[in-house]
Every structure is written in C-alpha cells, then in structure tokens.
Write a protein that binds this ligand. Structure first.
Ligand code: FES
Length: 128
C-alpha cells in the first residue's frame, strides 16, 4: 500500500471517528411497544430534538426518521402523508422522498437527511 493510500485511509478513519462522536442517541419512547402505540402508521409525527425538526413515521410496520423540512421550499413534511411506496409526500407541492433513504423521487431537490433509530431493553432511541 502506498503512502498516499495510507494517508487517505487515515483521513477516512478520522472522519468516521468524528461522525461517531457527533451522533448522540436520545431516548424518545420508553420502549418500541410504546412507540408503536404513540405513532400511527402512515401519519408522520414531528419531533423537535436538540433544535432539530425531525419527521418520524411508520410504513408497513417499520420506523423511519428524516429531516422535517422539505428541501424544495421548507414545508414541514410531518404535515404531509406517506404513500403506498413508502414515500413521504410534501403537503405543499407534492414532491416525494423515499423514507428509507431520504432520496428525492421526482424532483431536482436535495435528498433529505435521515436519522438512525434503535430499540433495546432500555427504550426506543434516535441518533441525532
Ligand atoms: S415545499 Fe415541499 S414540495 Fe414544495
């Protein structure tokens, strides 16, 4: 392996370590069962955590979290709806984004930021 490759790998490792340090797991429900009671399938819900507006949704029993602000003109996606393809549809101009990846489906808008979710014996968490 060349010195240039070694340096590139070091930079990647540092970048990954930085990202890990920046992410914080916040408990949003006491358990996954509670989350399933409080979040309704196909009805997005707004979370405000550490000054970030996040849209939390369930589609086909799976939880997803994306940034709440639409990348087209900033409308709140938690006011929108989820279609049968698992896309969140903005209520303003109907632009669509994949919940699983945040990818913009039918526009030249930027993709949405996505957030990791996890649950364990101590609660249901989001990585912010
Ligand atoms: S603000 Fe979301 S589609 Fe225009």
């Amino acid at each position: 392996m060349s010195l240039a490759n070694l340096n590139a790998n070091k930079i990647k490792i540092k970048a990954n370590q930085t990202n890990l340090k920046l992410m914080e797991w916040l408990k949003i429900f006491g358990s996954e069962a509670e989350a399933r009671i409080r979040v309704t399938e196909h009805k997005p819900q707004l979370l405000i955590l550490n000054s970030k507006r996040i849209c939390l949704a369930i589609h086909q029993g799976e939880f997803f979290a994306v940034q709440d602000s639409c990348t087209h003109s900033g409308e709140s996606l938690s006011k929108g709806h989820i279609n049968y393809l698992g896309e969140i549809v903005c209520p303003w101009h109907n632009y669509r984004f994949q919940l699983s990846s945040g990818k913009a489906c039918d526009s030249s808008c930027r993709d949405l930021a996505t957030y990791s979710l996890k649950s364990d014996d101590t609660g249901f968490f989001i990585g912010v």
